[in-house]
Design a protein around this ligand. Sequence first.
Ligand SMILES: [Fe+2]
Ligand SMILES: [Fe+2]
Length: 182
Amino acid sequence: MMPIDALMQEHRLIERMIFQMKKELLTMKSTNRVNSKFIDVVIDFIWVYADRCHHGKEEGLLFRELGTKPMSSEHAGMMRELIDEHVYTRRTTGNLASAKDRYIKGDYDARNDVWKLLYDLVEFYPKHIEKEDKKFFYPSMNYFSQSEQETMLHEFWDFDRRIVHEHYAKVLDALERTDTKA
Ligand SMILES: [Fe+2]
Ligand SMILES: [Fe+2]
């Protein structure tokens, strides 16, 4: 198993979420409302799974190691694009969270922003995944020896193990902060 196999498995889960987002977007538009619980699930999935866990391994391990290799200008350029696209995802998800908050607080017109931002993510993600799966990941492995690939895969597993502990420590920190304020 190569490190990119683990990343591509994660892409398949992200695609399943994108499909649900596409479906729910149609329902929300046809009923002229915002399903805020669904949006909360989407935001949590993108923050924790797609961004912290998945982009975290791409940027913090794969791209970091590639940065130490003599990459072709084509591959280096593509890697910069992928990093910029991760930034776009974070910004769009942040905007989605604030549009949903405005809607909940009574700004009815914010529903258009929620729909638009959800649509933007649904449109964006498959293209990003396709670029990685079909154009970047396989050639990127040629910069690594077999043993470097194995080390990276182990680093991926260690990273994943840390994420769940880190996430729930953050959840508790937030709860305790609210507790102090109450
Ligand atoms: Fe990515
Ligand atoms: Fe990815």
